[in-house]
Design a protein. Structure first.
Length: 262
């Protein structure tokens, strides 16, 4: 073999190694969903949430909510207080999400007419929350290990490069047969998500309408859930967002749910 041929062979081997290495490091569906799940959001957050419900006739109901979220390390706690209108005022909802794989969220709701905090059972998590298009389960944080994830393709949506990931629940009795998510690369925000019912029919679509970087954290400010089967929509808009203000731990208790916003 001539020196020239040897040099060509060595160069070919040098070029081939990074190509093989890159192929081996291709991101998986599970890694993408884990990146979304673990996206940094700050130590705590509070803001004013506006929930707008629109039915098939175009009639609207608007609800005002104060929302607080705090990271406790191995768990995240969220509490929501309904401020208006009068028929839902002083209703509150609390969710505790755990990092521990396989551990379900704990959820409670306080209904002022009953003057009692009710724990949301596992069987009730498929119920819709306060007439919205979000189930109780949708309001929690689903752990990546609960589903089998597959990267379907990559495509551009609204100018953003996205991964498209299909997630199939490991629990055959789960309320959705599968979901398909469009995840923005590098930001790890779910720009769009389709939910399919037990018959594999499209049930509803969640679309992120607005997001911004606040104090270095990508924060979702507006989202819309459209139930295509009922032609009913719930829009969530977050305003007056404050991050890392030091929300006290005792904000997230049943006592506070009953007390409400003073």
């Amino acid at each position: 073999m001539t020196i020239k041929k040897i040099q060509i062979l060595i160069m070919a081997m040098i070029i081939a190694v990074p190509i093989v290495s890159f192929a081996q490091k291709k991101i998986t569906g599970l890694q993408i969903i884990e990146n979304v799940y673990n996206r940094a959001t700050g130590n705590d957050m509070q803001g004013d949430l506006t929930m707008t419900l629109t039915n098939s006739r175009g009639d609207q109901r608007v609800r005002k909510i104060k929302q607080f979220i705090k990271d406790f390390g191995k768990m995240e706690k969220k509490i929501m207080f309904f401020v208006s209108p009068a028929d839902v005022r002083n209703t509150s909802f609390m969710n505790w999400s755990y990092d521990e794989a396989g551990k379900d969220d704990d959820q409670w709701i306080y209904l002022p007419a009953l003057k009692k905090v009710k724990r949301i059972s596992s069987e009730s998590k498929s119920d819709y929350f306060m007439g919205s298009d979000f189930t109780y389960d949708d309001l929690g944080d689903r752990h990546p290990i609960d589903d089998t994830h597959k990267l379907l393709r990559e495509e551009k949506v609204d100018g953003e490069d996205c991964y498209v990931v299909e997630s199939i629940p490991k629990d055959e009795d789960y309320m959705y047969s599968r979901t398909v998510s469009w995840i923005i690369k590098d930001k790890w925000i779910g720009l769009k998500k389709e939910f399919y019912d037990e018959d594999e029919e499209l049930l509803k679509t969640l679309t992120i309408k607005k997001y911004e970087k606040i104090k270095g954290y990508w924060t979702i400010l507006s989202s819309e859930m459209h139930n295509v089967q009922k032609d009913h929509t719930t829009k969530m808009e977050l305003a007056n967002v404050k991050l890392d203000t030091g929300i006290p731990a005792n904000k997230f208790t049943e006592r506070m749910m009953k007390r409400g916003i003073k």
